[in-house]
Design a protein around this ligand. Sequence first.
Ligand code: BES
Ligand code: MN
Ligand code: ZN
Length: 501
Amino acid sequence: MNVVIRRGDAALRTAATVAVGVYENSRRLEGAAVALDRASGGALSALISSRDFRGGWLETAIVHPNRGRARRLIAIGLGRRGDDTPHRARLAAAIAARRARELRAGSVALVLPWPESASQDQARAEAMAEGARLGPWRHTAYLREPGPPALRRFEIVARDAESARALAPAVTLGARTGEAVCFARDLSSTPGQDLTPEGLATRAREVGKAAGAKVEVLGVAQLERLGMGALLAVGRGSANPPRFIVLDRAPTRALRRGKPVTLVVIGKGVTFDSGGISLKPHENMHKMKYDMSGAAAVLGLFHALPALDPTSRVVGLIPSAENMPGSRALKPGDIVRALDGTSIEVTNTDAEGRLLLADALGYARRLKPDAVVDLATLTGSIGIALGHLAAGLFTDDERLADELARASSATGERLWRMPLWDEYAPEMKSESADLLNSGAREGGACLAAVFLKHFARGMRWAHLDIASTAWSPVDRAHERRGPTGFGVRLLLEWIARREAN
Ligand code: BES
Ligand code: MN
Ligand code: ZN
């Protein structure tokens, strides 16, 4: 889909389908909506005065004017005037694009009121372009009938010609970002049969190449040589061997002074989590194909990275394995040795994510990074604590917490700060090894985070437990039931904001 921003008169002269945002109980239309209403013989004001449509938040109605160029108007409720954040513009654009696709419109122009102050125009334009890609997304790879065809074109109606020109780069970045999220969603939706650790590595090579990153994939022999005993142990029960994937993107623009900052992002890449010998109950086991959603977020980030072209070096690390029971599988009671030399007694083979991440954090330390963020569908416990509306943020670094919190509110990808108290640590002590890999049920997400903290020592590090947000149980404006691609937009925004400061 082509996402563009255009002058109102130009867009409305050609658009057959126009989506138009209307505030709740508004008595007058504004901006391009006035011209649209006039051109369509007052169809919009008639809809509003009929009271059949009240403009409630994301309420929609369709009218077919019998005058003017547009043969179909999609009215979109914007709710109360005043709560006008870029995120709300993102959601309104998502609904517009989804409805237009359902109507097989082919292309659509979106008229949303621009607030008086232009200070958030960039963020709004970018958010709308993202929404245009997120709203209509569906995973169609396995469908015989993939439903209405994708939109060919989405036009955002600008304030005027000058702002259309000024906002074009923001629209391009937003569209690319939305595409990256869809890429991550498709990856997380792919069944384990078709996405093994080596399959993930293949996708990483493609994405990395397109992003101008060096990609290195370590296989079993190399992992043995390096001493990644924890990752190897998780992968041992499967016929599909583990991989450690490294994507390394140096800045293309020369820095005026000094060395570039190195940012490391780590994504858990368990392509299927059966639990291993500590087998999971069967009820929701099929969902564990998305246990590589952290990895998908990292690959999504790299997909969009050239559009941002940061002056930082960005390194993506993906420890990937299939967690299966098998005659050679890791057994409860086994003691494994991680890359940094720490010995870990495995009391539950289903707590495999932290084993993978232990080795990835050990690898990250060797890169002397300025900051490390890991994303992992790590514990069911985070979903018990927060429901599906927020991911858990664990960090001792206040500056990093602040940076991530700002990125979170800009993107609407919610993070909620969780404790990382050292007093949790004794619960993870073993009699016969340095650490246990699993503790009590109570505070499970915190115990997992404190386990990781041991391996992140000495680094500026944050852990995002995305097990709560990587899969949505409901349809929302910009996401569908299923994999959400959570983290792609957050990471991009985090990096973009660091660049701006
Ligand atoms: N991949 C799961 C966590 C998960 C659960 C993600 C539900 C998404 C939805 C992880 O590997 C796991 O199994 N964690 C265990 C840890 C426990 C054994 C200490 C859990 O949360 O039950
Ligand atoms: Mn598990
Ligand atoms: Zn898992």
